[in-house]
Design a protein around this ligand. Structure first.
Ligand code: 5AD
Ligand code: SF4
Length: 452
């Protein structure tokens, strides 16, 4: 009988990718994914450490799962509870201490060993020995070698990790400590994974990296490639009709990469380019290496190459020392850029990061109040962007059946979530296809249309 494997993903798309890979590595071991931790044989929490709230959630989930594990034990069966991801990397020993119910802790660079860890734990348990395992090594290369051997699932969209880790050390951020230093996968490996995805029917690939545009490598004919060259090559693979990449840093937004948005049809007109703040004083304190003017200049060039590009960003409000004037600079930058989508957060001091040591921490109420103002402006811009496509015909990649029997869900080139009314059409046949959709309704979160 198949064993049940429940995995919960917190945080970013890199974690979504890692989760998919864990499902891949556990499948040959007889573990099948299930959508509830209740009764599962293996529960993995793939955690996120970026903000305090995300990390705290893990401990409350562990508490909830503890009861389910107890129920399973009472029935004479076992459940392995494993904590993976970035909280595991940062606080592995603490988790082991604080939550004795956790059997296993592993970091983002060791999860390819999951089958070994599970087998080892089961063997130790069966001998009545101490079976808790902690593996938070940070060396990356072996992981991808192991993972590339596993099969890929058939889905119209896929993530492909090309780069991992970060050397930028923004003063607020834990990523350089939890994901390790910057690492680019080899071009051969990436191309080989990409061909497998295309052969499995993937139409849209999203290249992933914490600093994806810092990707660099040497091709088999000795040429230096950056992300721009990689996208150009990937666009030639039969079957790939859409290419996206995330997350980029303004520092590595080269002219070659900007030109890709002009030249490569498959490169979608959407870019997530976090700025974090509009005040140069705050950007400096954040160690961002760009200022508001250099960021705006990138956006100007990008729009010159691709006038319709949809822009997205990340913002932090209430970074230590942020005055009302500094915050106003963020609002000014947002008005200037006009975002199609954005993510904004209150600054959350993270243990071990330089900004957490700064004296002039901002009061929580002020952070909340600024976040409310910023989010109102961003929502207004997002609604405006979505409404601007009403009446237009957009190409939509159908990803899944919709909420009702006559609709499907897909994404526009601009990353908008689109609900498409398809009438009597066979929905299963539409999944994975790019269709033309006449948009008839906008709104803040998604847009709607009918097949054109
Ligand atoms: N506090 C608040 N937001 C943060 N981010 C990263 N670290 C912190 C922090 N300590 C945000 C940044 C980043 C996004 C992924 O999360 O905006 O781009
Ligand atoms: Fe964190 Fe900055 Fe690196 Fe992004 S660039 S992962 S915010 S340190």
């Amino acid at each position: 009988m198949k064993k049940k494997f429940y995995i919960k993903t917190y945080g970013c798309q890199m974690n979504v990718y890692d989760t998919e890979r864990m499902i891949d590595v556990m499948a040959p071991e007889g573990y099948e994914e299930t959508d509830s931790p209740e009764g599962a044989d293996l529960v993995v929490l793939n955690t996120c450490h970026i903000r305090e709230k995300a990390a705290e959630k893990v401990y409350s989930d562990i508490g909830r799962i503890k009861k389910m594990k107890q129920a399973k034990n009472d029935a004479g069966e076992d459940m392995i509870l494993a904590v993976g991801g970035c909280v595991a990397q940062a606080e592995g020993a603490e988790i082991m201490k604080r939550a004795p119910v956790v059997d296993m802790v592993f970091g983002p660079q060791t999860y390819h060993n999951l089958p070994n860890m599970i087998n080892k734990s089961l063997a130790l348990k069966s001998r009545g020995e101490k079976s808790r395992i902690l593996d938070t090594d940070l060396a990356v290369d072996e992981k991808f070698d192991q993972l590339s051997k596993k099969a890929v699932k058939k889905k119209p969209t896929a993530f492909l990790t090309i780069q991992e880790g970060c050397d930028k050390f923004c003063t607020f951020c834990v990523v350089p400590y939890t994901r390790g230093s910057e690492f680019s996968r080899s071009i051969d490996d990436i191309m080989s994974d990409a061909r497998k995805l295309a052969a499995a029917g993937v139409v849209e690939v999203t290249l992933l990296g914490q600093n994806v545009n810092a990707f660099h490598g040497v091709s088999s004919d000795g040429e230096e490639w950056g992300l721009a060259q990689l996208i150009r090559k990937l666009s030639k693979i039969d079957g790939f009709e859409r290419i996206r990449y995330t997350t980029s840093h303004p520092h590595d937004m080269t002219d070659e990469l900007l030109e890709v948005h002009r030249d490569v049809e498959e490169c979608m007109p959407y870019l997530h380019l976090p700025v974090q703040a509009g005040s140069d004083k705050i950007l400096k304190a954040m160690n961002r290496t760009h200022n508001s003017a250099t960021y705006i200049e990138i956006i100007r060039k990008l729009r010159e190459h691709r006038p319709d590009i949809a822009l997205s960003g990340d913002f932090i409000v209430g970074f230590p020392g942020e005055t009302e004037e500094d915050f106003e600079q963020t609002m000014k930058l947002v008005r200037n850029v006009r975002y199609a989508q954005a993510f904004s957060f209150k600054y959350s001091p993270r243990p071990g990061t330089p900004a957490a040591q700064l004296e002039d921490q901002i009061d929580e109420n002020i952070k909340s109040e600024r976040l409310t103002r910023l989010q109102a402006l961003l929502k207004e811009q997002q609604t405006e962007f979505n409404n601007s496509v009403i009446g237009k015909t957009l190409s939509v990649l159908v990803e899944a059946p919709g909420k009702t029997a006559d609709t499907v869900f897909g994404r526009s080139p601009y990353m908008q979530a689109v609900q498409v009314n398809v009438g009597e059409k066979d929905i299963e046949n539409l999944v994975g296809r790019i269709v033309n959709v006449k948009i008839n309704e906008g709104g803040p979160f998604n847009i709607q249309g009918v097949l054109a």
